[in-house]
Each structure stands twice: as structure tokens, then as C-alpha cells.
Design a protein around this ligand. Sequence first.
Ligand code: MSP
Length: 530
Amino acid sequence: MSDNIYYNKGEKFYITTPIYYPSNKLHLGNCYTNVICDAIARFVRKQGKDVFYLTGTDEHGQKVSQAVANAGKTEMEYLDEIIEGYKKLWELLNISYDKFIRTTDDYHVVAVQKIFRELYDKGYIYKGEYKGLYCTPCESFWTESQLVDGKCPDCGRPVSVQSEEAYFFKLSAFTDKILKLYKDNPKFLQPEARVNEMVNNFLKPGLEDLCVSRTSVKWGVPVDFDPKHTVYVWIDALPNYITALGYKGEDDSLLQKYWPADVHMMGKEIVRFHAIIWPAILMALDLPLPKKVFGHGWLIFGGGKLSKSKADGIKDCIDPYILASNYSADAVRYVLLREIPFGSDGNYTNEILLNRFNSDLSNNYGNLVSRTFSMLKKYFGSIVPEVKNDDLEASKELKTVVLDETKKVFEYMKNYDVTKALASIFNIFSQANKYIEKTEPFSMAKDESKKQALANVMRNLLETIRIGSSLLQPFLPECAEKTLNALGITNDTYENILDFYALKAGEQISPLGILFPRLDIAVELEKLRK
Ligand code: MSP
């Protein structure tokens, strides 16, 4: 039994991304939520937990009908192609989801109908007349006071007055309950600034009942007891987090096992739906609430949120397929996780990606691994040396930094702070590079009396690379796994991560090519201009 407090074998962990709107213009910003979730899911798996990681697509609503009409295809033909594109992108970026849900999946449609009916039977849904301001691209109704300069507060596009017979969800009955939820669970919604937004903008003024059906939208889930009504797309979408686990389906064993979710991750523009409407629906259904809702920031490009419509007009390539194919999935994942401070917005340019590639991936990590491996080959025939009487001050310092930063990584990851965790991991590599400068193994190698001291230095470097790569693996799975494999490690976990000496002396390590060949930034930037 391990006494490592960062390893909890068997504990359940359920993490979700929002389900994505169908789009054939995927840009780098679209990848952000899934890259964060993947890093967390991989990390938590290495902590021994039993993880369920859900992603998928949100395929109903007016926008799809419009796109289909323009494309001359059936809805499903149009959607199947797009969903293939998403799946390819997630594969390219090494997104290790356990399930991909589509809101057009039969089991989901049936479950949404049953949910709608239960809410109606319990009196939480009633029939009325809706007159409101609707933003078609965002599929959201807004009140007058929520508009910004008379336009949709999310996308800035015009809204139109729409009126029709509709069903309503009694959201107004939940104002105090949601306020109490935030008060009793200060960590339910994070970062904290999002709580203030929800309280000041929506809860303090008092929640209004929510229109949850449309007669004008045909592409969606029909209300089974009143089929001229289509379920409002968010009431169809939010329950994906439970229908994917079998809620109101034939087999709900996954629901029994994994619900409530440990974390729903999403961009800040859809926190309102997840931190107000979703808990209200769950309360109405008498289901437990998710443990955490996290609203991350945006990838900013040229001064604003990178969005599908905007991505079209941008001169530099921000196509994740091209960026990942040219510079590796690891490089794309790295810049997203490292450059956008977790919870805040962050600027993206291709120059930032390329500079990070050269300075952090190539110079810091890549160079550390390649110099260590080549010195080991030269001085010890690639055999892991034994440590004896290591009394170097620099070694003590290295080990302290490695273990301190390792502990910090686990502490940061308790709050899912992927950015700070990555910074700590790279501090380990920087310290190891400094250790080489300080100890000068190349000089030691010239002096036979320093053979053991040299062995100690090489062993300390190898162990540092092992620990650093083990920590890095959830974030940059490809390069870290190559390094670990070269060290003879497969199926690595965090069970023994706090043991500094875990490699076996006398083992042969395998050769490893250059992980991140240095780039000529000017040349690459030119290639990426449209
Ligand atoms: N379909 C809804 C979610 C329903 S969940 C019940 C939706 N889809 S989306 O495709 O627009 O967004 C999917 C995720 O991508 C969201 O977390 C969103 O915040 C994220 N991003 C899309 N563009 C982004 C940036 N430019 N930057 C960071 N993330 C952004 O909303």
C-alpha cells in the first residue's frame, strides 16, 4: 500500500466538456476545453482513479436547419460529416475521451422526452405564451436589461422579438436555492469571479421563468405529449451529462457509478447555463448536483474571442489540423495550456506557439533529454549507473527542487490549474539544465577519479527526467511517453512518484531521437500566412 497522498486507487472521477455545436470551421479556440479536460483526465487516471471522460456534440436547433438548407443535404448527412471532423481532430490531439455523445443519438432523444415529461408532471414545466428577444446564432432568449447596446450580450449580433405558445420551466422558483448552493459550497462554481457575475447579473435581480419549447424550430426533440413543440436546445443539451450515463435509459449502471460529475468544464460564456439552469433542472429531478462547475477563459486572437465567424477573416493560420500536423499535437496542447492562464483569457498568435516551441520544448525539455541521453551513451554505454556517496550540494538542491515542484504540481491539479502545474514541471527541467551547467559532467568525464561523481550526476539527471516526464505525460502525452519508454517505463502511474531513485542500476536505456527539432521562426511564420 502506497503512503503517497497523491495516489488514490479506485476512486471515481467524472469529467465533462460541453457538447460542441456542429461546425465545419473548427479553430484553435474550439480545442481549448477538450485539451484542458484531457490533461486533467490523464492526470487523474495516473493517480489511480477510475475516470469517465465525456465529450460530444450538440446537434439540434435552428442553426443546423439553416446550414442544411444552404448545403442542400439532409440533417444527418450534414451532421455525420461534421462529427467525423470533430472525431478526427480529437484523435489528432490525443483526446482520450471515454464516450462521445451526440444529441441525435436515439437514447438521448428518448431520455430528454422523459425528462421533459417528468418536469411537466411535477409542475416545474407549464404552458404559456412567449414573447421575447431571441438571438438565433446563440439560441438564447434575453431580457431587455441583459442586452448590450440593444444586441446579444454574448455575440453582439442583433436580436429579434419572437412570440409563440410555449412551455416554461419555473426557474424563478430556484433563485434562493441557487444562492444557497453557492453560499454552502463556495467551490461549486469557479473561478470566484464567475460567482459574482451570476449573483449580480442573474440571481440578485431574481431569476425569470425560462421558455423551454419552440413551435417555430423543427430540428430538435419533439415534446412527446405535444409534438408541435420542440424542446429548447439547452434543455436538450444540458442533460447529456446524465443521459450519456444511462439516465432514463435501459441501463443506468454508469449513472450509479459516476454521477455526480466531479467537474463540468466550459468556457465562461456558458457558465450561466451550467451554474444556474442545470442545477435547477437537477434539483427538480431530485438528482445530486455536480461537485464543480469551472468556467475557463478564452483564447483571444487579435483582441477578441476567437470564434467561428471571426476565424474566417484571420490572415494567419489558426487551423488546429495544420498546426498539430506541422508542429505536433504536443506543441498545440502546450501553448493552449501554458499560454492561457487557467481561468483567465490569454492571447494567441502563431509567433507565441513557435517561440514556446523553441524555448520550452526544444531548448529546455528536448535539449535536457538529448544531452543527458548522449552523455550517458558516451560515458556509460547507455547503462543506468549506480549512485554512491553523492555529497554534492548541487545534487541536494536538484532533488529538493524536483520533489517540491512535484508536490506543487499535485496541489495545483487539485484545483485543475493546468497552467501552474505545467510551469512547475518546466521548473524541474530548468533546474536540471542548471545542474548540468553547475556540475559540468563533460569535465568530470576527463578525470578518472571523478568516475563515481559522474555516475551520480548522470543518475540524478535520469531520475529527474523520469519524474518530470511522468508529470508531463498527461499534458504532452507523445513526447513524454517516448522518453519514459526509452527509460524502460510503460504504464506509468503516480504511485511511486515521490521516490527519487526508482530506475534500476544496470538497465540499458534505449536511444531517443530529437523530440522537438528547433524551428526557424521567420520561415514557419511565412508558411502559416494564408
Ligand atoms: N453547445 C454549447 C454547449 C452545450 S453544453 C450542454 C456550446 N458549444 S460550442 O461549440 O460553442 O463551445 C464548446 C466549447 O468550446 C465551450 O467550452 C466554449 O467555451 C469553447 N470555446 C469556443 N471558442 C473558444 C475560444 N476562443 N476560447 C476558449 N474556448 C472557447 O457552447
